[in-house]
Design a protein around this ligand. Structure first.
Ligand code: ATP
Ligand code: MG
Length: 255
């Protein structure tokens, strides 16, 4: 069965960074094939992976509103277009959602999209969804169930509280989530006791387990500044042993 891993968290806390590091991790573990979905309307996961984006699902939705070529059903058209939009790499594919529907959503198009996505999903071991901040987006994506929700937070009291709130609103949004993990990112080392206390409180009072604490990383800052793919990060790069241990722990129930 395909496992869905989705990112959540306040803006700028590390959702896309975590998605790129998870891509690197799954490739290293040969846990392939997997599908990356960039569900941020301001797509930028591709940049961290050194990939160019062409066709997005938003553009396909637009095309579906217009005249279709003759002798082709909407289903066939959708399937063909989605295959065009897939950026195929060794071990994984990337699909970019692009701009969401404006007012007057064309619901039939979304339905075709959802159906085609369902069919597509079966081809992968994992689907990883990088989101923009805010949970409404996740509930709109038509993911019926999420196996792992990774909630990123900055290393502040208010940040941790926001992560806890995000975790709490998943149920009212109707999202079925099997496991939730808190990732505290860019934490000072050693972790100040007061921050550790906030983290422990949040984990005790919510459905989240502690996924891990990620230090601020010079390697990530340099990689981002140089525009080099995160897939090229060396095993010895400062953040890699920590993030590997974190993912090993989160996905320990996997084969
Ligand atoms: N552990 C870290 N060490 C150093 N820099 C980091 C770390 N994690 C993230 N960053 C940097 O912080 C910035 C924000 O990270 P990122 O884009 O992953 O956040 P995001 O949650 O995806 O943001 P958005 O909500 O805008 O999509 C980026 O410039 C990234 O390189
Ligand atoms: Mg992002």
């Amino acid at each position: 069965m395909t496992k869905v891993i989705a990112m959540a968290g306040k803006g700028g806390t590390g959702k896309t960074t975590t998605s790129a590091l998870l891509t690197r991790y799954l490739l290293a573990k040969k846990a392939t094939p997997f599908l990356l979905v960039d569900a941020d309307s301001n797509a930028n996961l591709n940049e961290l992976l050194g990939l160019d984006v062409g066709l997005t699902l938003g553009k396909i939705r637009q095309e579906l509103k217009g005249e279709l070529p003759p002798n082709i059903t909407r289903d066939q058209f959708m399937e063909m277009k989605i295959h065009q939009a897939l950026i195929e790499e060794t071990g994984f594919d990337l699909l970019v959602m692009g701009q969401p529907d404006g007012p007057g959503c064309y619901c039939a198009a979304n339905q075709y999209l959802a159906m085609t996505m369902d069919k597509l999903a079966a081809n992968y071991k994992y689907i990883i969804v990088d989101n923009e901040a805010g949970m409404e987006h996740l509930s709109r994506m038509n993911l019926r169930s999420i196996d792992y929700l990774l909630v990123t937070s900055d290393p502040s009291a208010r940040g941790i509280l926001t992560a806890k709130r995000i975790s709490e609103i998943t149920a009212p949004l109707g999202l079925q989530i099997k496991k939730q993990f808190l990732l505290v990112n860019r934490a000072p080392q050693p972790v100040p006791p007061a921050l550790q206390e906030k983290i422990d409180e949040a984990v005790n009072d919510s459905g989240m387990e502690l996924g891990g604490i990620i230090p601020s990383s010079e390697a990530l800052i340099n990689q981002e500044l140089s525009g080099e793919s995160y897939l090229k990060l060396d095993d010895s790069a400062d953040v890699i042993p920590t993030i590997t241990a974190i993912f090993d722990n989160i996905f320990a129930d996997q084969d």
